[in-house]
Design a protein around this ligand. Structure first.
Ligand code: CA
Length: 231
């Protein structure tokens, strides 16, 4: 383990998951530390601020959402929550409480590394947030010039499509909840109109040459929102 290894704090009470994370992180140049309870975890964040926090939502001593809110009172450290399959409401609530992303148990090493990479990028936001050019696969989005290219050809988007794409680009790699998208794109405050999202996401995919059955760019996170792949 070298000094440059990224410190990651894992707050998780399940020994099996801690063991898995430890092996995966150490072999990919991360420096993991562990807490088994929320209280211990919060203490560690203050004592040795990590670069990323991985937080299990089901801890013995505190509600996961309260843990997120507590951390957010004084820290902007990226938080990736671990949640069980089928608990989409918990994921949405965690994201709304201030978590940055989530992993659904059971997850693999590749998925874990992808989430960590995105979290790291967003934690160094000051340097890259203003980078107006976003590129992935065959698409390139220049937010400053409002120019979208697919395989080098300019693509024309409607103002709403453009707004939707630009919100996804600003959060590239991270999931954006339906509520957040409806609010930022349409100024709506309820998720009753989530069908708009489905329709516009579909339009966007078509214009970007994405395959709706196996999307390369705009991924539907069922029950939660959408994620624009960042690589
Ligand atoms: Ca647990």
């Amino acid at each position: 383990m070298s000094k440059s290894d990224t410190p990651v704090l894992i707050i998780e009470d399940e020994p099996g998951i801690r063991k898995f994370l430890k092996a995966a992180l150490i072999s990919h140049d991360y420096n993991p530390s562990f807490a088994e309870t929320a209280k211990e975890g919060i203490k560690l964040i203050t004592a040795h601020p990590p670069e990323i926090v991985i937080l299990d939502l089901g801890l013995p001593d505190m509600d996961g959402l309260d843990v997120i809110r507590m951390i957010r009172e004084w820290s902007t450290v990226p938080i990736i929550v671990l949640s069980a399959r089928g608990q989409e409401k918990d994921k949405v609530a965690a994201l709304e409480a201030g978590a940055d992303d989530y992993l659904t148990k059971p997850f693999g090493v590749l998925e874990l590394l992808a989430r960590l990479k995105v979290a790291q990028r967003h934690s160094h936001k000051s340097a890259s947030a203003n980078a107006a050019l976003f590129e992935v696969g065959d698409i390139s989005v220049d937010l400053e010039k409002r120019l979208i290219l697919v395989k080098g050809q300019e693509v024309h988007l409607t103002p709403t499509e453009y707004k939707l794409l630009s919100v996804l680009v600003k959060h590239a790699g991270k999931v954006v909840t339906q509520q957040q998208l409806l609010k930022e794109v349409w100024g709506m405050h309820s998720t009753e109109n989530s069908h708009y999202l489905r329709v516009y996401a579909q339009h966007l995919r078509e214009k970007l040459g994405d395959d709706p059955m196996r999307p390369r760019y705009i991924v539907t996170e069922t029950g939660v929102g959408y994620r624009l792949k960042s690589e």
